[in-house]
Structures are given as structure tokens and as C-alpha cells.
Write a protein that binds this ligand. Sequence first.
Ligand SMILES: [Zn+2]
Length: 139
Amino acid sequence: MNGNLRVGNLFGIPFYINLSWFLVLGLVTWDYGSELGFSFPQLGGSAWILGLAAALMLFASVLAHELGHSFVAIRQGIPVNSITLFIFGGLASLGEESKTPGDAFWVRSRVRLVQHYPIWYSHPRQPVWRNYRRTCGNH
Ligand SMILES: [Zn+2]
């Protein structure tokens, strides 16, 4: 993917952030921060810091989800080339397909233990990107 910044390694897996991710980070921060500032005016500028913290926690949960895919794949002997966060979510790039349909099922479904959408659904305003959970590149 063009515009990827290598951030480091996570459990030996190269971790990238695409430049497009900063746009969605800004949008989510703005959404949470403005909602907090509207609901709790006494927060002042702290509402934006809390909005940023909430956005980062959201993306930490997306990352945990991608790590879920990766750990199941590694357990099946499948190399994981990278994990990338980008504007539409996250992607764990696997080196090959699972050897059986059953194994593929586990790579895609076991990870539901680390889903990231409960944070979305707890949001009162139902933003337009509320279906973000569907944007994981692995299913
Ligand atoms: Zn996924």
C-alpha cells in the first residue's frame, strides 16, 4: 500500500500506518471531542484530549482484532507479512491462504473474540462510519 509508515514490530510482525489513517483519526477525534464538549461544556479544551484518547483506544481495539487474525494464522504455520492500519480499518497481510476451509474459518471467525465494534455501538450519535467494523480487510 502506498504511503505506509513503518511504526515498528508487534510480536515480530511489521506494523505500518498508512497516511490515510491520520484522516480518520482526525475525524473520529473530532466526532468524539465535539460530542463530549457539547455534552459536558465544563470540560473545555480537555474534551478534545479525551476525544483523541477515545479515538486511539478505538484503533487499539482494531489493532487487537488484526493481531487476533495474525495469531490464529501463525498457529497454522502461515507467515504474517504485516499489519496495517488505514482509512478503512486494519489489514493483516497473510503470506498464504489456509490449507483447509476449516482452517480458513478459524482465521476469520476465531477473531470475533477481539471484535472492535462495541465501542462504535456505544456511541450515541451513530456517526456515518458506524459500520467501520465491516472494513477489516481479512473478511
Ligand atoms: Zn477481521
